[in-house]
Structures are given as C-alpha cells and as structure tokens.
Design a binder for this molecule. Structure first.
Ligand code: LLP
Length: 389
C-alpha cells in the first residue's frame, strides 16, 4: 500500500518514473538470506531482472553473488563491487569478446550451454593460459507451468545442453585441458508459482548428477537457477515465501557433503519493490469503451504488451477519496505509443478517473526498467527512491 505521504509527494514529481521502495527491498533480501542460511544455500542475484546500481549495491551488501547473461552485466557486477569469485555467466550466445572479457575478470564460473561453446571456451582460455571453471547448463525437459514465452527448460527451448548430447559433452570435457568442470546448472523458467514444479526439477537434477558421477566426474556445484514467482494480483503480500521454496530443495535434492547448492533469483528479490508512477493525460469516454490514456506506455513497462502480463493498476488520487461514494467505471488503460498492444489492462474497474490523476502500476521491479526502450524517441525513464523523497 502507498502511504498518504507518498501520494502527496508524487503530486510534485514529473511523471512517468519508477518508484523504488528500498526498505521493502532490504526486507525482501533479508528474508531470503535468513531462509537460505540454515541450508547453507548460495544465492546469486540474476542481474537481468534489474541492473539499477542503487539496487545492486543493496544486493551486493547482503552478500549475494551475481548471475550475469552478458559481459555488460559482468562488468556492471564488478563495478558495483560484487566479488568476482561470486559471479557466474550464463547465456546461449556468448560472443568471443564476451568470453574473453569474463576470462580477464576471473569470474567464478561459465554456465556453458552447448558442446561447441565448450570447445570455444577451452580455446580462448588456452590462448590466455588460463583455466576456466565451467558448469554445464542442462535442459531437463521439466515443464515450469508458466507463460510459454518465459519457459526455458523444455526440449523445444533453445537453452542448455539436451540430455542426448551429454555423452558428447562429457567427452569434450575430458579433452579440454583449459576447462575445469565443477558442476551442473539448470533454469526451467520464470514466474513459477506452483512450487511442485521444483520437486520435479530436483528429481531430474539428482538423475543428472548421478549420471556424471557414474562417469567419474566430481560435481562441486548444483545450480538450480531461479524462477520463483511473485503475486502480481496482491502486491501488498510483498515478500515471496522463500522458506517453503528452499525447503523443497532441502528435502528433494540429494546433496553430497562436498557439494554446494546455488540459486539464481531475480524477480522474487526485486519484483515487488517498484511501481511505475504515471499520470492520466486524457480520459476518453466512448459508446463501447472508456480509455484512460497514461503518460507511461510499453516503452517504460513492456511486460503487458509482450506477454499480456498482469500488473495491478491503482488510481492513487481517486483511491484516497474512495470513502466518499465514488462511482466505478471500466476503462482500457493505455499508453501514448503508436501500437495497439500499448495497453496496461483492458476493462479494468477503477474509480471514475480524471486528467492529472496519479496512477501506480504495481510489481514493476523486475523486468521493468531494464526492458524499457526508446521507441518513438521517448525520454529516458526516470527513477525516484523511497529513501530520497
Ligand atoms: N537464471 C537464468 C539462467 C535465467 O535465464 C533467468 C531468467 C534467471 C536465472 C532469473 O529468473 P527469475 O528468478 O527472475 O525468474 N522478461 C521476462 C522474464 C525472463 C526471464 C529470463 N531468465 C518477464 O518479464 O517475465
């Protein structure tokens, strides 16, 4: 919930902007760290969810590592001060330049996604007379039961090494003197709310770990990726249930004494800690439809246009006055961009809205700011931090 003092502060700030609640982020990080501690689980924060430096600073300070998907993210993590020995680098298409940069920065581990990538990494490491630590990202063919656009662990997805390629992968690992194989990596998808999915993942991880150990390899790391979802419908239930999530892995994963379990969480850590704050520019009342036209659009928050993702929309100005019998109207809540998909919600019931009303589009901390674009030559997105206003 927004406090009244926040709402009145917003009145004087130029919109649109991302409002980051740094106190909530701190609470979320602390809750996650506390839930992981009894099991000695290692958390890497997935920078792709949000690489805003103020947030990264807080995440680094709690002691988490960094999961990166480009050399830009690796550099950002190093700049912010993440320990290079806690940086992992995944990605199905790492370029030679990116691999070289990550080798120079002595990162902890490359999560390798194909047999050919092993060959290239070995060659580039040997030119630098270095040994690269690698984990093999395996595609476990586990259905994440989430939106098909954010499922990654099925046979038809491009990510990871498929099980039928593992024998070739094992041979390659044996023949690459500049690679040190340290573990296996998985990531089956994002915004996973049915935790049973993770039980299925554990079963598969145990099978693959046994497969490698039977072949004489020692696995030091079991990296199970991220994907824990958040409640977009109830953004005020802000902190995800990290305890239940970690308990599943504690219960179902077979972890040997010499092994570490690694996680790569993005959305669950940062998702609820931001809202996109925007103003109604125009109200259009029609015969069939009513529209609220906001000053933020898909260029600021792309998820609804791209995945038909739901974000709760609140008219903060009118919600304040709701005690006095406000009338409700169904609106399509749209942005100013020249695309019909530039719509944050269809037929959304709202108190009757007026030009100038301030709206919050909630749960926008993950895959919001980072996916903003300049389409239509829009101004760069602004931010406001709760501890600054
Ligand atoms: N590890 C790997 C290898 C990943 O590919 C991802 C996300 C994560 C970890 C973090 O997943 P999370 O805990 O945040 O679910 N843009 C989409 C989400 C794409 C997720 C890509 N991979 C969205 O807005 O829903």
């Amino acid at each position: 919930m927004f406090a009244d003092k926040d709402i009145s502060k917003f009145n004087n700030i130029e919109t649109p902007f991302y409002y980051y609640d740094t106190d909530l982020l701190q609470k979320t990080l602390q809750t996650c760290a506390t839930a992981a501690a009894p099991f000695q689980f290692h958390i890497h924060y997935a920078l792709k969810a949000n690489f805003n430096q103020v947030l990264l600073q807080q995440i680094k300070d709690i002691g988490f590592g960094a999961d990166c998907v480009s050399s830009g993210e690796v550099r950002r993590a190093v700049e912010v001060g993440f320990d290079h020995k806690k940086i992992v680098f995944a990605g199905v298409g790492k370029s030679d330049k990116e691999i070289n940069e990550a080798l120079d920065l002595d990162i902890f581990c490359f999560n390798v996604e194909s047999v050919q990538e092993l060959e290239v990494l070995n060659e580039l490491a040997s030119k630098k007379q270095k040994t690269a630590q690698v984990a093999i990202r395996i595609n476990p063919n586990v259905d994440a039961h989430t939106h098909h656009n954010i499922t990654t662990g099925l046979d038809e997805n491009k990510f990871g090494v498929n099980s039928w390629d593992l024998p070739e992968c094992a041979e390659m690992l044996k023949s690459c003197p500049n690679l040190k194989f340290i573990g296996i990596h998985f990531h089956i998808g994002s915004q996973i709310t049915n935790l049973d999915v993770y039980k299925n993942l554990c079963v598969r991880v145990n099978e693959f770990a046994k497969w490698f150990e039977d072949k004489g390899f020692t696995l030091q790391i079991l990296n199970v990726g991220g994907g824990l979802g958040i409640d977009y419908h109830n953004p005020d239930h802000q902190i995800p249930d990290f305890e239940s999530y970690f308990k599943i892995f504690h219960e179902f994963l077979e972890v040997k004494a010499h092994q570490e379990v690694h996680f790569e969480l993005g959305r669950a850590l940062v998702g609820q800690s931001a809202s996109l704050i925007t103003r109604a520019l125009y109200i259009k009342k029609g015969k069939k439809k009513n529209f609220v036209v906001l000053d933020a659009g898909m260029t600021e928050l792309m998820r609804p246009a791209l995945y038909q993702a739901y974000h709760k929309i609140e008219n903060l100005t009118q919600t304040k006055k709701l005690e006095t019998n406000a009338s409700f109207v169904k609106y399509d809540i749209v942005g100013p961009i020249c695309e019909s998909t530039d719509c944050f919600g269809k037929e959304v019931e709202q108190p009757e809205s007026f030009r100038g009303d301030v709206f919050a589009i909630r749960s926008a901390g993950a895959y919001g700011e980072v996916m903003a674009s300049k389409y239509n030559l829009r101004d760069a997105i602004r931010f406001v931090y709760s501890n600054e206003v």
